[in-house]
Write a protein that binds this ligand. Structure first.
Ligand code: FMN
Length: 167
């Protein structure tokens, strides 16, 4: 898939078939994330692959999007590693770039994924449930599955709205 086509046709996919997502497919997404840019190339991201149904069910209780999480065959929890940080803004931006790479890789592979940020409202409970080291701060949970719907038009404001004139 052409890069620009992938960027423009990627959608947040929230409905999945019952087909499982393989470990190799999750690794492909994480591999794409690993190649994201980061300030000073510090690569401050960490990833946890989650396919255990009981754990997914417990995580689903910690967000308003419980149906979305509970329906997903797999999740990737994304963390910022404080032991690798040098500048909070830039490090968080780097993790965002890594997440976008994951979403694009999923789309390219015919998978559907959704970036779930709302679960950060209960970040501490998620970190406790996942028993991660105190250095790791949850940044997002990404749902992954085989999409029920294939093509859905995206919605964006008009191009001109985003352009600011120079002085
Ligand atoms: C930082 C961030 C947080 C998000 N959190 C959620 C979320 O909690 N639940 C959800 O269903 N979608 C979430 N999304 C997905 C957005 O709703 C989605 O990207 C947006 O509506 C545009 O749709 P599209 O990605 O299909 O083009 C999030 C996206 C981003 C970038």
């Amino acid at each position: 898939m052409e890069t620009i086509e992938a960027i423009k046709t990627r959608r947040c996919v929230r409905e999945y078939t019952d087909d499982p997502v393989s470990d190799e497919q999750l690794d492909l997404m994480i591999e794409a994330a690993r190649w994201a840019p980061s300030g000073l190339n510090n690569q401050p991201w960490r990833f946890m692959k989650i396919t255990d149904r009981e754990l997914i069910s417990k995580l689903s209780q910690l967000t308003r999007y419980r149906g979305l999480i509970a329906r997903a065959p797999a999740l990737i929890a994304v963390f910022l590693d404080h032991s690798e940080m040098y500048d909070r803004t830039k490090d968080v931006q780097s993790v965002g770039a890594a997440i976008q790479n994951m979403l694009l890789a999923a789309h390219d592979a015919g998978l559907g994924a959704c970036w779930v940020g709302e679960i950060l409202n209960r970040r501490r409970e998620v970190e406790e449930l996942l028993r991660v080291s105190s250095d790791l701060e949850l940044m997002a949970v990404v749902t992954v599955g085989h999409p029920v719907e294939r093509e859905r038009a995206g919605v964006r404001h008009p191009f001109e709205q985003f352009i600011i004139s120079p002085p």
